[in-house]
Design a protein around this ligand. Structure first.
Ligand code: ADP
Length: 740
């Protein structure tokens, strides 16, 4: 049957129509007409007109016309681009529905590198031929000595001349004489093929059992979600390496995605992959250049990049045959994207694996409560690694009760921790002090009038950064020079920093231990991959005695000579404005376990000293008793009582407007229009904890629903029926992690 029978007669003959999804905030695909000679498949990349522009999109469906209204034509089919497979299209649709994000926005995530859709530009490379030379000069000899033996090495004539330190004329002369040949090839080099037959460590029995279970899942070619739950340093990486090798053995064209928290992709990690598989993995992260992105995108789309290591957005790369997804440190907060398309990378990994009948491994020493609940209820297979291999043992955990063991005036280290640091220095071993506060002081107040300095457009305190002399808002990045006079009362030299940041702690440590090599490790001192690798390698080389770090230092690193960890303010995640955050306790426990786990990873035993004013709080007690399961069960019980995730569903709605009145009005209109539904509670609206952000006034609602409610569908329907002024923004966050 034709789609539009009643108008068929007037509109004349049949033709092909492509429904094209465009990478912009649009909920559905638009129809375009195809020229008769255009050959197009569903999933093809095409360019189409949109207003005065040409836009690249993906063919979402094909049907026969005629259409009820006149259609514009598809302009071009991008032949060099890979087809977007059915499973990726399903993923775009499903994730868009789940996250209440327009489909076009989800597609935009899949198209991060537009020029990767075109054929790779080419370059001319030179290489040595077998032909003999009539005349050799010293300059020519220099060139021949270093000229590559094949075009694959990708050396241009200019590069060869530069390396040989001769003029390009010399190289050209050798080309003319036939001693060098030229070959034109794509600029974007393929990634090396990983070798699945290289051997890793001899695994312990426990590791081997874990590896066997993962390999079996991979071979089944079915959807298998697995929690790989192993204490820090138990060899989770080695175990999932076996699964990667098995995926490559099972299907020679298999692709594997390893997701890591953004900052964890260090030189050390890269080398580990390279050593194990004989080829560097493709890397996808926010620091990559346009050129690197283009290469990775194209090679993944062509199926040639087989092992991809990346941050959460790598999930949207154009995989052709994704067989295995590993989410390392699956509990990590950085898998949640809070701006733009709001999504939880771990959850979408499971969804993606489900759609593609693949294995997904969630690895952690401190799994999230959601994942543990799934394992307890039998939805995920649960593999445990309880021991560190070899001589390495878990660190001893000691508490420093700050009420009984207070630091000196204006200092932050308890005598217990100071003594331990001293012992470690004497023994020539390294220490890590963990304090999750960047800068010098988290608050700046005026001694004269008591004013706390705030960012001009955001309701948040400014942090003093003494190395740069700036006051910085960590939410928006706003910064200003620290003023000499109080901006409020004008008093001179009256501004003082309150509370400790890592810079201030470094000042204290340098004062205590003169001559010790102290370094600060935070996103301010590791601003790019070079700085990050610099700090890590100085730690590895033993050039640092005491490292003072934020979260960035807590995760993943393997420092063999690090034997003491001090958590300077273990309670910081539990106090302050975070009372309404349902994960505050869980996160505190996870971070403290992770940071303690940095100690004693090789043959030297380690210890962790936890400074706390709340020694009886469950997260601290659980850490001390090394009893994660007790703590998580306690947390689970309280979430179950409140009907919070994973026992119920939660969503946050933030409504923002240009002024306070408009925000109140819009929030009231929005909440009045809530659809009736059983099993749904609506809390608020109330001013959000950060009531003003970048000049916009924010009101927040929390929506809790029973597990059987499709909260995404409920929210989408709700938003659909409310008409608000165009200056009002509504943001929906399913399973929120940030409650600001
Ligand atoms: P996790 O990912 O659980 O923190 P890793 O896989 O990083 O643990 O292992 C911790 C350290 O122990 C690494 O240096 C790793 O090379 C080493 N290791 C793991 N398993 C073995 C083994 N079976 N034999 C020798 N060394 C191992």
């Amino acid at each position: 049957m034709s789609l539009f029978p009643e108008t068929e007669f007037q509109l004349g003959p049949e033709y092909q129509i492509a429904s094209v999804l465009l990478p912009m905030p649009l909920p559905e695909a638009f129809d375009y007409r195809l020229h008769e000679d255009m050959k197009v498949e569903v999933g093809a990349f095409v360019t189409v007109p949109l207003g005065a522009r040409s836009v690249t999109g993906v063919v979402w469906g094909l049907k026969q016309g005629p259409s009820k209204r006149p259609l514009k034509y598809v302009e071009e089919v991008l032949e060099a681009a890979p087809l977007m497979p059915q499973v990726t299209r399903d993923f775009v649709e499903r994730s868009s529905k789940y996250t209440c994000t327009p489909m076009g926005n989800m597609l935009a995530m899949c198209l991060r590198s537009r020029d990767a859709l075109l054929p790779s530009p080419t370059e001319t490379y030179v290489y040595r031929t077998k032909s003999e030379l009539p005349r050799i000069t010293p300059a020519r000899q220099k060139v021949l000595d270093i000229a590559p033996q094949s075009a694959d090495q990708g050396m241009t004539a200019a590069e060869l001349a530069r390396q040989a330190d001769v003029s390009t004329g010399v190289v050209k002369g050798l080309v003319d004489s036939g001693a060098l040949a030229q070959h034109e090839a794509p600029i974007d080099k393929p990634f090396g093929k990983p070798n699945s037959e290289l051997k890793g460590f001899d695994l312990t029995d426990e590791q081997q059992a874990g590896a066997d279970a993962l390999c079996e899942a991979v071979r089944s070619k079915e959807f298998k979600p697995i929690l790989l739950d192993g204490v820090t340093g138990s060899g989770k990486t080695e175990v999932y390496f076996e699964a990667i090798a098995e995926a490559l053995r099972t299907e020679p064209d298999a692709q594997i995605l390893v997701l890591l928290p953004e900052i964890a992709l260090t030189q050390a990690v890269r080398e580990r992959f390279e050593n194990r598989f004989g080829a560097a993995p493709a890397e996808w992260h926010s620091n990559a250049t346009q050129k690197e992105r283009r290469r990775v995108w194209r090679e993944v789309g062509a199926g040639r990049a087989q092992i991809v290591v990346g941050a959460r957005s790598a999930l949207f790369l154009p995989f052709q045959n994704l067989r295995l997804i590993i989410v390392d440190e699956e509990h990590d907060g950085s898998y949640k994207q809070d701006e733009g398309a709001v999504y939880q990378g771990r959850d979408l990994s499971v969804m993606r694996a489900h759609l593609g009948s693949a294995t997904v491994v969630l690895a952690s020493a401190t799994p999230s409560l959601e994942t543990l609940a799934n394992a307890y209820q039998g939805r995920y297979q649960h593999i445990k690694l309880l021991a560190r291999p070899g001589a390495a043992v878990l660190p001893e955990i000691l508490l420093a009760d700050m009420k009984e063991n207070p630091p000196a005036k204006d200092c932050w280290l308890s005598p217990l921790l100071v003594d331990a640091l001293e012992q470690n220095l004497d023994a020539g071993e390294q220490s890590l002090l963990y304090l999750n506060r960047r800068g010098y002081a988290p608050l700046v107040i005026c001694k004269g009038c008591g004013e706390r300095l705030k960012a001009p457009d955001t309701e948040s305190w400014l942090t003093e950064h003494r190395y740069t002399g700036m006051l910085v808002c960590h939410l928006t990045g706003f910064s200003m020079k620290k003023p000499v006079n109080c901006p409020h009362c004008g008093a001179a030299d009256s501004l003082m920093g309150v509370g400790p940041g890592v810079e201030r702690l470094a000042e204290e440590v340098r004062g205590l231990f003169q001559g010790a090599r102290v370094e600060v490790f935070s996103s301010d001192t590791a601003r790019n991959p070079e700085e990050l690798n610099g700090i890590i390698s100085r730690m590895e080389q033993g050039e640092v005695d005491i490292l003072i770090g934020t979260q960035i230092a807590a995760k993943g690193h393997n420092f063999p000579n690090l034997t003491l960890v001090g958590a300077v303010d273990a309670d910081s995640g539990l106090k302050g404005g975070q009372g309404s955050d349902l994960r505050a306790g869980e996160r505190t426990f996870q971070l403290l376990s992770q940071v303690s786990g940095r100690a004693g990873r090789a043959d030297k035993p380690g210890r962790a000293i936890i400074q706390t004013y709340a020694p009886d709080s469950p997260s601290i007690q659980a850490l001390l008793a090394n009893d994660r399961d007790w703590f998580m069960e306690l947390e689970m019980k309280s979430r179950e009582e409140l009907g919070f995730p994973p026992f119920g569903r939660l969503a946050a709605v933030v409504i923002s407007a240009e002024n306070s009145l408009a925000a109140d009005d819009a929030a009231a209109t929005f909440v009045r229009g809530a659809p009736n539904a059983d099993g749904v509670d609506i809390w608020g609206p109330a001013p959000a904890p950060i009531a003003v952000l970048r000049g916009r006034h924010r009101r927040r609602m929390l929506i809790r629903a029973n597990r059987n409610v499709d909260l995404s569908a409920y929210l989408s329907a709700w938003r659909e029926r409310i008409k608000l002024s165009s200056s009002v923004r509504v943001s929906l966050d399913i399973e929120p992690y940030s409650f600001m």
